[in-house]
Design a protein around this ligand. Structure first.
Ligand code: NAD
Length: 438
């Protein structure tokens, strides 16, 4: 992290966005950006495009757009390249994903058809329910990492790219725990050369990006870049990293509601969350080993908001359960139900029911866009390693080892905006408000 604000490099030239996985989230993101660029829609949900930031006192009435306050890459300067295990181009993939209407996708058909996925680094061991043929072959994992770097070099040359950001929008991999190979960079590079079974496909992409000094964003709950070996590489090469798992849908609702209960010291006995979804993500999560990775990510949010160890009378007995069921008829239109058992004064019980008919990728696309632009800003501001100020966007935010994550959406937003003020040398806003009454 930075100790003091530095000069921010300008955002001139094209930003090459390297997308891993051409599925529901990424095609919704790309189609949406193209539609906004044409002036056909507005970028709803995106803080970088529509959000404002207060500067100075409330009485100053100074609230510029964030994109006017900090220099971000322009949407017109974004150029996309992708990898996927299937050969469908972005137009075909967007139609198959079924998030957007064909009539909307058709409006940007030509641009989408130009995005043809490169061969992926993929090992079925890590995503059991998928099988594709658009896959790189090489003797070692290190050679596969080198092939990815070569892909990036070719793309950058072809499109005259000034800077890159890589974003993982690929599938959820099986749950893995860190082992010796993840402990430091030396072990990790040995593992790449000797085909360690503990190095997942997503880690190889992250390694390739960091090796080239490219910021890496992890939109899935996979371990990926959340290992000491890759933190080491990020610090060594001065690259920012951010993850894990885009915060959308049910978890977004949880981190909106739970801080409210906690603020009013309302107790919670139980929180039962169940979902049905029928897209490819749902199919992947139908495998118990991939579901386990998602479950850990989804379950983690309440503890760091409620702090049961400090508030045992209110939250110690909380029974938290999360289920996801694959149900093809729904496609990308997920439906979730939450039953929350709460209690108040004298322990009297109450219940809250939430039925969210949600299009996850509609919520994920602006999150992905903001992350791309803010990670490019972080890199140009010489910020390196874990970018905790971007926790706002993640279900399971990465933090420095030993520091618990901040999951309260509102605390996360304050942190994000104060980081922007800090970068620009503006006064931080503490919300103390004494100055109005002096
Ligand atoms: N849909 C959401 O709103 C949402 C929210 C939070 C997190 N996520 C996570 O984001 C990721 C993408 O979600 P989605 O709904 O777009 O899923 P999706 O299944 O539609 O797309 C994922 C794509 O990644 C590809 N892929 C898998 N492994 C790959 C590899 N090694 N290299 C290249 N491509 C690979 C798949 O072929 C697929 O096309 C998932 O991990 C999901 O859990 C999604």
């Amino acid at each position: 992290m930075l100790e003091k604000p530095t000069e921010i490099e300008n955002a001139e030239g094209k930003l090459g966005v390297l997308v891993v996985g051409l599925g529901a989230v990424s095609t919704t993101l790309i189609s949406g950006i193209m539609s906004v660029r044409k002036g056909d829609s507005l970028p709803f949900g995106s803080l970088t495009q529509m959000g404002r930031i207060r500067l100075g006192k409330r009485s100053d009435n100074n609230m510029p757009l964030i994109k006017e306050f900090v220099e971000l890459a322009e949407l017109d300067d974004l150029e996309f390249s992708a990898w996927d295990i299937f050969e469908e181009n972005a137009y075909e993939a967007a139609k198959r994903a079924g998030v957007l209407k064909t009539s909307d996708i058709d409006k940007v058909k030509d641009e989408l058809e130009n995005i043809v996925p490169r061969k992926a680094v993929f090992d079925r061991k890590f995503v059991k329910n998928l099988n594709g043929t658009n896959v790189k072959q090489a003797k070692t994992l290190m050679q596969k990492a080198e092939q990815l770097m070569e892909d990036i070099t070719v793309f950058n040359k072809e499109k005259n790219i000034a800077r890159n950001v890589m974003i993982w929008c690929g599938s959820t991999e099986i749950f893995i725990k860190p082992t010796d190979v993840h402990k430091n960079l030396l072990n990790f590079e040995d593992g790449l050369k000797n085909n360690s079974p503990d190095i997942s496909s997503s880690m190889i992409y992250a390694y390739a990006a960091l090796k080239m000094g490219i910021p890496f964003i992890n939109g899935a709950p996979n371990l990926t870049v959340d290992i000491p070996a890759l933190y080491e590489l990020a610090l060594e090469n001065n690259v920012p990293v951010a993850g894990k798992d885009f915060k959308t849908g049910q978890t977004l609702m949880k981190t909106i509601l739970a801080p409210g209960f906690k603020a009013r010291l309302v107790g919670v006995d139980g929180w039962f969350s169940t979902n049905i979804l029928g897209n490819r993500d749902g199919e992947v999560l139908d495998d118990p080993e991939s579901f386990k990775t998602k479950e850990v990510s989804k379950l983690s949010v309440l503890d760091s908001i409620f702090h049961p160890e400090m508030f045992p009378e209110l939250y110690k007995e909380l029974y938290h359960k999360v289920r996801i069921n694959y149900y093809p008829p729904r496609g990308d239109n997920k439906e979730s139900w939450d039953n929350i058992d709460i209690f108040g004064w004298l322990g009297y019980p109450m219940q809250i029911k939430i039925n969210f008919l949600c299009s996850d990728s509609i919520l994920a696309a602006p999150v992905a866009l903001d992350l791309i632009l803010f990670m490019d800003l972080a890199k140009r501001s010489k910020m390196r390693g874990i970018q905790e100020w971007l926790s706002f966007y993640f279900k399971s935010p990465m933090t420095f080892p030993g520091v618990y994550p901040e999951n309260d959406l509102f605390a996360q937003l304050i942190k994000l905006k104060n980081t922007l003020r800090f970068l620009k040398g503006a006064d931080l806003i503490t919300h103390l408000g004494n100055e109005y009454y002096d």
